[in-house]
Every structure is written in structure tokens, then in C-alpha cells.
Design a protein around this ligand. Structure first.
Ligand code: NI
Length: 182
């Protein structure tokens, strides 16, 4: 039997609204995806466009207003060839080591903070074709996986900061939100 050729995921040039700290949707527990239908695929294509436009390397469904459990990633930003990852109903089944690293988030504008993450993870998910996949990731990709997976369970990277630091960051964001009107 021949392997089915993987089709490159096209993008749809329609920028989705990015929800930011203070928006309720960022704190919900997502629902598993049951059906990868055309509507979902189109939404994902718009998500890639939105992520590239905003120079992100990962984007979770809740950040763009979906309550479903999936995220996308592409560490190569706008370089060619791109490596578009779509992870549906993802779970981390194994992990090891730990590493501190700087993180930011399109939903937490202007803030970067150091966060401790597992250095290596094994992530199981479905791809855009509904195929079960397993990805062993380390370093930056492992960090992106953990950060995006957190989003799908209502968690943001600033939740890892000390209570005092988190309060300072939230106050700064609140002020920023007021000034910039988002
Ligand atoms: Ni994020």
C-alpha cells in the first residue's frame, strides 16, 4: 500500500481576533474535537495566517475564540519551507528534565518572563487528517507544546510567576489595556 501524500496546509488570508488577558475565553477548559470538518480546517488555515501576521510560533484555539481543544505551531515563522504543525486533542504522555527559558504570548502583549518547563516531552495528538501522531520534542518545541497545551486548559504562562510578580504584571497589563483599548 502506498503512503498517502501529506498535503501542505494552505493559509487563508483572514486575520482572526486575538483574545487577550482579561478575556474569559482564555480561562476555559476546552472541549475535545470530535469531528475535523471543513469549517474547522478553514479556521485552522486562518489561524496560521493570524499567527504569521503576528510573528507567533504557536497559537491555541482559545486565543482566537474557539472553545475546541487544538493548537498550531510553526517554529520557522515565515521561512520556507515552513513546518506547519496542527495538534488536535493533544496530551503529553512523557516528559523529562527541566529548563528555564523566556516566554511571551500573543494574548499577553509586551510581557516576557522566564518560565521553567520540561526539557523534553512526548506529545500525542491527531493531525489535521485525523491521523494519530506522536512527536518527541525538546528545547524550544517542547516549550511551545507545553505553553500551548496550557492554553487549552485555561492556563497562561504568567500563572507560573510568583504571586507578587504576577500582580505587577497584571497591573501593567490592565493599564496597557486601558491605554490601548483592547
Ligand atoms: Ni500563548
Amino acid at each position: 500500500m502506498k503512503n498517502q501524500e501529506e498535503k501542505e496546509i494552505e493559509i487563508i488570508e483572514d486575520e482572526l481576533k486575538i483574545y487577550k488577558v482579561g478575556d474569559e475565553i482564555l480561562r476555559i477548559e476546552t472541549e475535545p474535537v470530535k469531528d475535523i470538518n471543513g469549517e474547522l480546517v478553514d479556521f485552522i488555515k486562518k489561524m496560521f495566517y493570524t499567527m504569521y501576521q503576528n510573528r507567533g510560533i504557536g497559537l491555541a484555539a482559545t486565543q482566537v475564540g474557539s472553545t475546541k481543544r487544538f493548537f498550531i505551531a510553526d517554529l520557522k515563522l515565515n521561512e520556507e519551507p515552513s513546518k506547519k504543525l496542527v495538534l488536535i486533542n493533544p496530551v503529553i504522555t512523557e516528559s523529562e528534565g527541566s529548563e528555564l527559558g523566556e516566554e511571551g504570548c500573543l494574548s499577553v502583549p509586551g510581557i516576557t518572563e522566564s518560565v521553567k518547563r520540561k526539557y523534553k516531552v512526548l506529545l500525542k495528538a491527531m493531525d489535521i487528517n485525523g491521523k494519530e501522531i506522536e512527536i518527541e520534542a525538546e528545547g524550544l518545541l517542547a516549550r511551545v507544546f507545553q505553553h500551548e497545551l496550557d492554553h487549552l486548559h485555561g492556563k497562561l504562562f504568567i500563572d507560573y510567576l510568583s504571586p507578587i510578580k504576577k500582580k505587577l504584571v497584571l497591573n501593567r497589563l490592565k493599564k496597557q489595556r486601558k491605554e490601548e483599548g483592547w
